[in-house]
Design a protein around this ligand. Sequence first.
Ligand SMILES: [Zn+2]
Length: 214
Amino acid sequence: MEFAGWSSTFRSSPFFCIVRSPQDRVFSARSACSAFNVVVFRSDTVILPILKYGDSVLLEPARRVEAITSDIERLIDDMIETMYAAPGVGLAAPQVGVPLRIFVVDPSMGRDPAALIAMVNPEFVSREGMQLEEEGCLSVPGFNATVVRPMHAVIKGLNRSGAEEVREGRELLARAFQHEMDHLDGRLFIDHLRGIKRDMILRRIRKLARAGKW
Ligand SMILES: [Zn+2]
């Protein structure tokens, strides 16, 4: 698609485009693109390395964000780009080595632009019910396990623009909220496992690490 003085590049999904303005200003690009129902990425987003189990940042509770500065906005944009590139349903800041209370989720994995959520300093408003489904994590690649999660969860926090937002999730989205909130508290999904399953995963990770494959 072309705007006067703008250029854009479609990515793997038709819902996504990178828009570059003459001045490289993403905010004007955002408003220009919103009419076309596409998600705008900055032209200079970076795919960040994702930390794996064993890195101490993943085990520490993350700190609250004091203010949504341009650095925080950039981090959120990079996290979104990194989540889609992985690809994953969600990503928390500690997973990219930043111990701050920020996560991004998109249960549609890029298919529905309205499904993308970025939350800063999120807190649970309510959690109800229970679901038991297989779950994985970008920081524990190659492993899945059944984890008990709430069926319904409501969270509140700040969005990328700094406005307070309340989001409600059922099923996969409720699971993603709980999974990412766990990351902000230094917990991984394997911490919810007991006994043989957990031991087996940790043993296999240690073996991979010894072989230099982790
Ligand atoms: Zn995870």
